[in-house]
Design a protein around this ligand. Structure first.
Ligand SMILES: O=C(O)CCC(=O)C(=O)O
Ligand SMILES: [Fe+2]
Length: 377
């Protein structure tokens, strides 16, 4: 008994700072103390948080409105002491326009020819119309735990544009489909406001989280040109996000990401390790971020009113889930893929080493069930 305890203590001691904090925030019983988690929704109240300068002339108010965004001058953008190039924009979306992005993420982006985790173990015909096969059942769910999961609830990731190969950790010319035009436009606006005009949205990863999901420690380095930022858009439930250093074991800073929040990792922060140890409910009294859309949207707006019956399904879904979209430019302007870029060895299987789902609630959980990429588990 004594020996076992000591061994546990040594193992604990030998763990690096990032893994320790990841486990700390992932813990269910007892729940962790969240008081060190930076909340950008509280503005400059944290001494490490400062106001970030944006390029106010990067896009017109009309263009911003057309993408469902407030004018840039009204964005609350922050930097974080010690993380040059990191910009956190606290929900720049117009009231109601998040509805569009949530609906696209659940209804449209999972459609073929985009690629999702369900494709790995299911025939193409079965993973078509994920929304249609799931919507009615989600609408009628009573909330009982025993109800079988719909395909939409089994969705873990969707890739867009250059489809990320989870096995080889590469993008390639032969795995490419058109990147969604609306998300590309939104990304271009955000990148321009942050000092990166000319950003091209070439690859995207959508991650779908439930209350027990987490995303392991990683760095996004597969893009061939790292001088462009990595953009992140979050919707639905909140998350604890850990932003680490250039080395995997460097101690991270914890922050909340709420619905509508946009994060930009650029410059010296582009290649920092990061992870999502925990999904959390939005704070009480958090302003309803997903209300009805404002009326006077421009005619050519990307963001249109979501039909009520669709929104009903999305509401049910995001009551207990979070969707995050990361958008990346892969190539330098004019750059092409070389054969060498595609020949790295296989290291991860189907994204399963990143995407984890907890099955137990205690501090010493049973071996983790990897986030399933199969539809039949
Ligand atoms: O869900 C998030 O906030 C992070 C997602 C992420 O790191 C990724 O897709 O590479
Ligand atoms: Fe990432």
């Amino acid at each position: 008994m004594r020996m076992a305890k000591m061994a546990a203590a040594v193992a604990e001691h030998g763990q690096d700072a990032f893994r320790k904090l990841f486990k700390f925030y992932k813990r269910r019983v007892p729940p962790p103390d969240f008081s060190d988690v930076i909340d950008f929704a509280k503005g400059l109240r944290n001494e490490k948080v400062f106001a970030a300068k944006l390029n106010l002339a990067a896009i017109s108010e009309r263009d911003a409105r057309g993408a469902g965004l407030h004018p840039i001058k009204d964005w609350k953008a922050y930097g974080l002491e010690g993380y040059p190039g990191f910009i956190f924009i606290s929900n720049p979306f117009l009231l109601g326009s998040q509805q569009h992005w949530v609906t696209q993420s659940l209804k449209v982006y999972p459609q073929k020819p985009n690629v999702c985790n369900l494709d790995i173990h299911m025939a193409p015909a079965e993973t078509e119309n994920i929304w249609e096969r799931s919507a009615e059942r989600i609408r009628n769910k009573s909330g009982g735990k025993s109800e079988a999961k719909t395909l939409l609830e089994k969705l873990r990731w969707v890739t867009l544009g250059y489809h990320y190969n989870w096995d080889t950790k590469t993008y390639s010319a032969d795995r490419h489909t058109a990147f969604p035009a609306d998300l590309a436009r939104l990304s271009g606006h955000v990148a321009a406001a942050c000092g990166f005009p000319g950003f091209r949205a070439e690859a995207g990863i959508l991650n779908y989280y439930h209350t027990d999901s987490s995303l392991g420690i990683h760095v996004d380095e597969s893009e061939l040109d790292h001088s462009w930022p990595l953009l992140s858009f979050s919707f639905g439930q909140s998350a604890v996000f850990l932003l680490g250093g250039a080395k995997r074991e460097d101690a991270p800073t914890a922050m909340f990401m709420h619905s509508g929040d946009v994060m930009v990792m650029s410059g010296a922060s582009r290649l920092l390790y990061h992870a999502v140890p925990r999904i959390v409910s939005p704070p009480a009294g958090f302003p309803a971020p997903l209300g009805p859309p404002e009326e006077d949207t421009p005619e050519d707006s990307l963001v249109s009113k979501v039909p009520e019956e669709d929104w009903e399904v999305c509401t049910r879904y995001i009551e207990a889930s979070r969707v995050n979209a990361t958008v990346r430019q892969v190539l330098a302007p004019g750059q092409l893929f070389s054969a060498a870029a595609n020949s790295r060895p296989a290291v991860a299987l189907s994204g399963e080493s990143y995407h984890q789902e907890e099955t137990t609630g205690d501090e010493n959980p049973k071996p983790k069930r990897r986030r399933s990429s199969s539809a039949d588990s």
